[in-house]
Design a protein around this ligand. Structure first.
Ligand code: E4P
Length: 217
């Protein structure tokens, strides 16, 4: 399973990259706004900066919602670096744009997926990734993992190569459950990834080994 980090914070991206387990980065307009990045030049420069830190797929989201504008914006984003994946919302014009991009060899991440039907349409249009939002479904008392399971079954039934990118992942159990179900990728902030490391028996065991190693010196 691939690990992407879901942030536009360069420090966190560097920290995740330094772990040596990072496969890519996802971003969205809210995450860009949170870092205070605004204006076309600053946005494009920020994606360039991310591409310099991580050698993996970097999702860059279009801000427009009409076909023509999405094509223009997506082509500009894709021209930044070969690792850029154009992130497109699952709307009617978005599906048309994904089809266009796939025919042009531009890779896409279809975002804001909340149903199996949306994922199926995105795969048929040739999306490279679909992003079901696990945590946001859980937030409204709906089983986000069940959606990922449904998409896994559908994609396997028909051999779709579109990868399932589990998004809106909030904690370490989300990551483990996504791995059990067979999501291809999880994307989340750094803390849930780091919490995979934690176990009290590891801490107490290491403490004891350190104490005992002093007796050996
Ligand atoms: C996915 O690509 C989104 O950027 C993200 O995972 C949304 O997560 P959130 O629900 O925590 O905002």
């Amino acid at each position: 399973m691939k690990f992407f980090i879901d942030t536009t914070n360069l420090e966190q991206i560097r920290e995740a990259q330094d772990l040596g387990i990072l496969d890519g980065v996802t971003t969205n307009p809210s995450l860009m706004a949170k870092e205070g990045i605004s204006g076309k030049e600053a946005i494009l420069q920020h994606y360039k900066d991310i591409c310099e830190i991580v050698d993996g797929d970097i999702s860059a989201e279009v801000l427009s919602t009409t076909y023509g504008e999405m094509i223009k914006e997506g082509e500009e984003l894709a021209a930044i670096h070969p690792n850029i994946v154009v992130k497109v919302p699952i709307i009617k014009d978005g599906i048309k744009a994904i089809k266009y991009f796939s025919q042009k060899g531009i890779r896409t991440n279809c975002t804001l997926i909340f149903s199996a039907g949306q994922a199926l349409l995105a795969a048929k249009a040739g999306a490279t990734y679909v992003s079901p939002f696990l945590g946001r479904l859980d937030d409204v008392s709906t089983d986000g993992l069940h959606l990922i399971q449904e998409i896994r079954t559908i994609f396997d039934n028909y051999g779709y190569e579109t990868e399932i990118l589990a998004a809106s992942v909030r904690h370490s159990m989300h990551i483990i459950n996504c791995a059990k179900i067979g999501a291809d990728v999880v994307t989340c902030p750094l803390p849930p990834i780091l919490s995979l490391l934690k176990h009290p028996l590891t801490d107490s065991g290491l403490e004891q080994f350190i104490k005992d190693s002093q007796k050996m010196q």
